[in-house]
Design a protein around this ligand. Structure first.
Ligand SMILES: C[S@@+](CC[C@H](N)C(=O)[O-])C[C@H]1O[C@@H](n2cnc3c(N)ncnc32)[C@H](O)[C@@H]1O
Length: 313
């Protein structure tokens, strides 16, 4: 089994994907206590180091390095500021890459990084990883195209060590109009969960910003993007439809009760099958939503990892 070091591992969405693809995650790291709690309850075999990446001086040997450094600086949901310190955590990933020199690496990040005003940061990452000795490719993939019931576009940067003389080819979509499988729907993902799971969904008011766009999809559609901030979580299809009043103003068609997806539904819509949410000192509802919304859909990471050439022997 090829070995993996995972950085910015969160609750383990990316790692569930590589584990399913046949890899063994030796070490994982994140700064968020509840991400650690969820991860080790779901993958107890991994050595999870809780803390700032900057305090990790050396890394174990591994054949694959994966990492999804944070993205607030480029994110649609966050403040888009190319100069923010958080945008430079890729340098810690590069430090690990230099130290481990694995056969390959995979990075996931928000697709906003390909925008013109952030392009220099993407170029810096690609140049840094190339200079360490990797053939680097990147592509924006939509999770829905790989069997996740959610529109979620993310950039993947994949590198293969130059001495292996092989280029990476991104996997073709497996779900959707030109594929043998139809897109997975909200209904397929959550039909068996209770309609009103009190205590499992964020139920504060729908503020003006929330109602500045249509947040609802029907049962037979694909979910809108699952985000980490529960205030912005899409609506459950049990909610009434929204109609457009004018630019940036939407209203419910009736006074029937409406609600956001619960954190358990959000996990299903990210493609987690049965994610365990342990009750710990850090297990607030907010933290449950945060770790799920931050995660990479396991099926998407699985598709990218599975497409790595056989360089492990
Ligand atoms: C996009 S999320 C990673 C999601 C994860 N790969 C998954 O699939 O569940 C980015 C993560 O980086 C973590 N992080 C942010 N700053 C960090 C730091 N200085 N050291 C370690 N982890 C950090 C955040 O807590 C967050 O969980």
């Amino acid at each position: 089994m090829p070995s993996v070091v995972s950085l910015f591992s969160g609750c383990g969405g990316s790692d569930a994907g590589v584990i399913k693809a046949g890899f063994n995650v030796l070490m994982a790291n994140d700064i968020l206590p509840y991400a650690r709690d969820v991860y080790i309850n779901n993958h107890p075999q991994t050595d999870y180091i809780l803390g700032n990446i900057k305090n990790i001086a050396s890394f174990p040997a591994a054949e694959l390095l994966i990492g999804c450094y944070p993205c607030q600086g480029f994110s649609q949901g966050g403040v888009r500021d190319a100069s923010r310190k958080i945008n430079y955590l890729y340098l810690d990933f590069a430090r690990a890459l230099k130290d481990i020199k694995p056969k390959a690496f995979i990075v996931e990040n928000v697709s906003g990084m390909v925008r013109k005003n952030f392009k220099h940061l993407l170029d810096d990452q690609i140049n840094t990883f190339s200079a360490i000795g990797y053939n680097v490719k990147f592509s924006v993939l939509n999770a829905a195209d790989y069997g996740v019931p959610q529109q979620r576009k993310r950039i993947f940067i994949v590198g293969i060590r130059q001495d292996l003389g092989i280029d990476y080819i991104f996997p073709a979509p497996t779900h959707g109009p030109n594929c043998t499988n139809a897109y997975r729907t909200i209904k397929e993902a959550i039909f068996d969960l209770p309609l009103w799971p009190v205590g499992e969904y964020y139920d504060l008011d729908f503020h003006w910003y929330y109602l500045s766009r249509d947040r609802r999809q029907d049962w037979n559609e694909i979910s809108k993007t699952i985000v980490s901030n529960p205030r912005h979580m899409p609506l459950h299809p049990v909610s009434p439809l929204l109609y457009k009043v004018e630019h940036n103003i939407w209203k419910f068609v009736s006074d029937a009760p409406a609600r956001r997806f619960s954190y358990k539904e959000a996990a299903r819509l990210q493609g987690f099958e049965n994610l365990i949410f342990p009750e710990t000192d850090a297990s607030s509802m907010n933290n449950k939503y945060t770790v799920v919304g931050n995660a990479v859909p396991p099926a998407l990471f699985h598709a990218v990892a599975k497409a790595l050439p056989d360089i492990w022997g």
